[in-house]
Write a protein of this length. Structure first.
Ligand code: SF4
Length: 495
């Protein structure tokens, strides 16, 4: 009896030891497993051909882990959830991004994590996220395609790359301390200026350049900063870095006229890909500019500023405001006389609008001049919300109407192209197309009928450009044929 009891005790002891050992092995293995990797998530929308469990993850080209799990998101079947196991020594920053890359000749897919500036904080899981989420490089760029659907098939079929023309907004800094009376920027963002690092802007441009190469089509950038050159030294240093990194893409930005006196800045704008500068000229009347606290704009400098840009093939979108207190009947004629004497640009015209919380709104309200004090709840495009001093609301509208009609008439379009006839045909075609689109800011041209009418009105210019392009094409073809068929004896004689 005693012996049998000992067997039971010994057997139970051995069993406990085995179970304990088994648990210990599992625990050790589990803790090792947990310690070996940190986990991140990333979400991809669209096809992820070649991506699967075990796909290599690289950080700036160095292997740091692999895809642990790849699954369709139940909540959104277009989305793929990718869980990544990554070496904890790899520091993933908040401004890192993940992309799908393919490897040289083999074409094998891997996940590349890139970007991430040393000064930015490390990526952490946000509340509700099981793991930190690295954004994919999957911004849907097509949402920025400016080519009307009507023209896309035609342009794509002819392989010119113009079936898509995507203008991508990038913000490199925020804020403007100038405090123009009508402007919402200073009140909204404050008068301090904040900038992103040069490095992060350059990285974003490089990323877009790669996307442009991969996706095809045309890509340009719109720096949506309130005043892109508000700190000239910083802007120059950013533009130099863009040039040094070969990160140039065609770009547009908003810059005050006074900042464009600087020749070096204008040189760097041109070299870094700047094509169009939006300039808030507002008025050609210094009294008006003083009224709205924008007398740092000097109308007698406008022609020089535009000439300086045009000399480097950079052109301007010039913005004017009618209905200022010193404006009277004929303001459109007076402004157009100046505009038409400058290098051709894209003028736009609006009316003085008292946006809420601006100094202008307060001034007009105190003076009892607001006729529609809550005009944003009763939106009426191009209809002033207060009465100007020297003309009526109706007259201000007529002035705007005249300015738009004349600036984008078929005759004016032809004259603008004539003024830049020394430029190549591609440049003139893009200028012409820009004019057709800018007209649409004021005149509705959302349907086929409006476009057909517009094209018919501009048929003379279009025919001239088409003829020139055809002659060029025929000339190139003939040159090629001559090169191919030149007899051998002629070659030796010539040699
Ligand atoms: S310079 Fe331009 S952004 Fe700055 S306050 Fe004046 S209008 Fe606004």
């Amino acid at each position: 009896m005693e012996t049998r009891a000992n067997y039971v005790i010994v057997g139970t002891f051995v069993l406990i030891c085995i179970i304990g050992l088994f648990i210990a092995v599992l625990w050790v293995a589990g803790s090792q497993f947990r310690e070996e990797y940190t986990y991140y998530r990333t979400y991809f929308t669209g096809a992820v051909t070649g991506l699967g469990k075990g796909t290599v993850v690289r950080y700036n080209g160095i292997d740091i882990g692999h895809a642990y799990d790849v699954a369709i998101d139940d909540a959104d079947p277009k989305r793929v959830i990718v869980t990544l196991q990554i070496d904890p020594k790899a520091k993933i920053h908040v401004d890192s991004i993940a992309t799908l890359e393919s490897q040289g000749l083999t074409g094998a897919i891997y996940v590349e994590i890139e970007g991430g500036t040393a000064t930015s904080s490390l990526l952490q899981a946000q509340p509700g996220q099981p793991y930190p989420v690295i954004p994919w490089d999957t911004l849907d760029l097509d949402q920025f395609n400016l080519v009307p659907k009507l023209f896309r098939p035609l342009l794509e079929r002819h392989g010119t790359g113009w079936g898509t023309f995507r203008v991508i907004p990038i913000e490199s800094g925020r804020g403007c301390p100038y405090g123009c009376e009508f402007c919402t920027v200073t009140g909204f963002f404050g008068d301090s200026i904040r900038f992103r690092s040069n490095e992060s802007v350059v990285d974003e441009l490089l990323l877009l350049k790669r996307r442009a190469r991969k996706d095809g089509g045309q890509v340009a950038v719109f720096f949506i900063d309130d005043n892109f050159a508000i700190n000239k030294n910083r802007t120059k240093s950013l533009l130099r870095d863009i040039i040094a990194a070969d990160a140039q893409l065609p770009w547009v930005a908003q810059i005050s006229a006074n900042l464009l006196r600087d020749e070096e800045l204008v040189d760097l704008i041109a070299q870094s890909g700047g094509k169009w500068i939006f300039i808030g000229m507002e008025s050609i009347d210094p009294a008006n500019l003083a009224d709205v606290n924008k007398n740092f704009n000097k109308p007698d400098e406008y022609a020089g500023v535009l000439g300086r840009l045009a000399a480097r093939n950079v052109y301007a979108i010039t913005s004017f405001i009618f209905g200022m207190d010193n404006d009277s009947l004929g303001v459109a004629e007076r402004t157009l006389a100046q505009v038409e004497s400058w290098p051709p640009g894209l003028p736009i015209f609006g009316q003085l609008t008292p946006f809420p919380a601006t100094p202008l709104y307060d001034r007009l309200q105190k003076a009892g001049r607001l006729v529609r004090p809550k005009h944003w709840l009763d939106f009426a495009p191009f209809e002033m919300a207060h009465a100007p001093l020297k003309m009526t609301i109706r007259e201000a509208r007529q002035e705007v109407d005249l300015a738009w009609s004349r600036s984008y008439s078929a005759e004016r379009n032809a004259a603008a192209l004539k003024a830049i006839e020394e430029h190549g045909i591609e440049f003139r075609v893009s200028h012409f197309i820009a004019r057709l689109f800018f007209r649409g800011i004021y005149f509705p041209q959302m349907n086929k009928r409006a476009w057909i009418k517009l094209l018919a009105q501009n048929r003379g210019t279009m025919f001239g450009l088409a003829k020139e392009a055809f002659n060029l094409w025929r000339g190139v073809k003939k040159t090629k044929r001559d090169v191919v068929t030149v007899p051998e004896d002629k070659i030796s004689k010539a040699a």
